[in-house]
Design a protein around this ligand. Structure first.
Ligand code: NAD
Length: 498
């Protein structure tokens, strides 16, 4: 059985100890193991990054950007291979994997603007013959820890920006689907990145803790579930590191009485069941304003859901694939069971759905649940599966209170034709990313991505302008060249502009 190793100092490193099975979630089979790095292996990766840093920090931003231009080309040329690797280990259907890759490439394109992004700020004559400027310097060795659900896109939220800013990177991808991440790291090397600037260590908690407690690591970007995000943020900051830790979500869509219901239903289908609901921006709760809207919505959704198709990643006619592991499938089914036991009504039941020829795959069919209340476990938790729950409320304010009271604040959406209502909603809702008739308001690469409340620990969002801030340290220089003919006296009061 083959073992997926690490990528350290421009070379594949053979595993040094513990391993874990990687599954094809559509078949339930495992033919591959992934190495779980020891602390010593992680330290070797950090040492390689540290050694590469002095030359990389002095490499002109335009030269760093040229590597990103080549990287973008290589990602595009190798898209079929990348999508196949995503599909084999994640189960994501080929068209969805292509979308993930494209959103990742857009971050590479943004990073190609490094010379512009790193220009800094300059003020002439802040005092007599005194000029002042601020420049953005790299931090040094920085690390990233990423989740299973976007094995290519989320690493690309981090790597291109950290690297063009002049940092050296150690990435710890998800141990559940590491191959596509490892492959794009090797493409970046092929694009001309010097050895040691990017290192990939596969592993679990031991590898993450080695990054958290190593004083050479200056900053950590994390994306994953909220309990781990909170642990990473607390530990990293207690170690004096800069940290951004993006966590889980519960994304609500409000359906107003004036909404274009047919379009809302179509967009809810994709946003709730696409990628099997394993997206941190997946819409998992529809809040219907008024019983008439709820009844009509459920009627139309039930009918439309009959046409949904799920199965293996290679069949592009499928709408979504399996869940990531058997344990996760059981957890999702457990939430549907608990909703039923606590009084909700299962309208469309995906618990017993099977794919012919793939009976051992980790599949759950699209599920629709009505009469959900805010006290139910299935409402409070992030399910992360193809499950859409409907809550009935009487007013828009009631719907907004529900969203604002929830512990998560990643994404949300309102379906309406009323501009005033939409503006009121986007202004007052306690959520970081808001869609108005847009179900998955994932910001484009020139904006930044981040939730509110327990969906993000830290001050700066991911990628875009916040990415530049996160991966650089500001230095402000004030300069004067005194004339040789002028003798200056000692000044004891605070210097001011008189
Ligand atoms: P996860 O938290 O289980 O794992 C994320 C990473 O943390 C992995 O690399 C994993 O190896 C590591 N990890 C796991 N347990 C750890 C521990 N005890 N100590 C240290 N490190 C540990 O998340 P996941 O299941 O891979 O991904 C799904 C979750 O990620 C969902 O909650 C989803 O909402 C969230 N997510 C959030 C965003 C966002 O932008 N907010 C984006 C994608 C996914």
């Amino acid at each position: 059985m083959s073992v997926i190793g690490h990528w350290i100092n421009g070379e594949t490193l053979t595993p040094d100890g513990r391993t874990q099975a990687v599954f094809n979630p559509a078949t339930g089979e495992s033919n591959t193991q992934v190495a779980l790095a020891s602390t010593v292996t992680v330290q070797a990766a950090i040492a390689a990054a540290e050694a590469a840093f002095p030359a990389w920090r002095d490499t002109p931003p335009a030269r760093r950007a040229r590597i990103m231009f080549r990287f973008k080309e290589l990602l595009e040329q190798n898209a079929p291979r990348i999508c196949e690797l995503i599909g084999q280990e994640h189960g994501k259907i080929s068209h969805d994997a292509a979308g993930e890759l494209q959103r990742g490439i857009e971050n590479v394109e943004y990073a190609c603007g490094a010379p512009e992004l790193l220009k800094g700020e300059h003020s002439r004559n802040v005092g007599p013959n005194i000029d002042s400027w601020s420049e953005f310097q790299p931090l040094g060795v920085v690390a990233g820890v990423t989740p299973f659900n976007f094995p290519v896109m989320v690493p690309l939220w981090m790597l291109p920006m950290a690297i063009v800013c002049g940092n050296c990177f150690v990435l710890k991808p998800s141990e559940r689907d590491p191959s596509s991440t490892l492959y794009i790291a090797q493409l970046l090397h092929e694009a001309g990145l010097p050895a040691g600037v990017l290192n990939v260590v596969n592993g679990d908690k031991e590898a993450v803790d080695a990054l958290l407690f190593d004083p050479r690591v200056q900053a950590i970007s994390f994306v994953g579930s909220t309990p781990i995000a909170e642990y990473i943020y607390r530990t990293a900051t207690s170690q004096g590191k800069r940290c951004q830790a993006l966590g889980g979500a519960k994304n609500h869509a409000i359906v107003m009485p004036d909404a274009d219901l047919d379009n809302a239903v179509n967009s809810l289908l994709g946003a709730s069941f696409g990628s099997s609901g394993e997206r941190c921006m997946a819409l998992s709760v529809a809040v219907a304003v008024g019983d008439a809207v709820a009844d009509a919505l459920i009627g139309k959704l039930t009918e439309a859901m009959q046409g949904l198709k799920f199965g293996v990643h290679t069949d592009a006619s499928n709408d979504f694939g399996p869940l990531i592991t058997a344990a996760h499938r059981d957890k999702v089914v457990g939430f549907i069971d608990s909703a039923e036991a606590q009084g909700a009504r299962i309208v469309v039941d995906g618990r017993h759905a099977r794919v012919a020829g793939h009976e051992d795959g980790f599949f759950v069919g699209a599920t629709l649940i009505d009469a959900v209340t805010s006290s139910m476990d299935s409402y409070k938790a992030e399910i992360f599966g193809p499950v859409l729950q409907v809550i009935r409320v009487a007013t828009m304010d009631e719907a907004m209170k529900l969203i604002n009271d929830h512990e998560y604040g990643n994404g949300t959406c309102i379906y309406t034709r009323d501009g005033e209502a939409a503006r009121y909603f986007s202004d007052r809702i306690q959520v970081g990313m808001v869609g108005i008739n847009v179900p998955l308001p994932v910001p484009v690469a020139s904006h930044s991505f981040g939730g509110w409340k327990r969906s993000l620990f830290g001050d700066l969002h991911a990628y875009g302008p916040d990415g530049v801030r996160f991966y650089t340290r500001r230095k402000t220089i004030t300069q004067r060249w005194p004339s040789a003919n002028v003798r200056e006296g000692a000044e004891f009061s605070m210097p001011t502009l008189k």
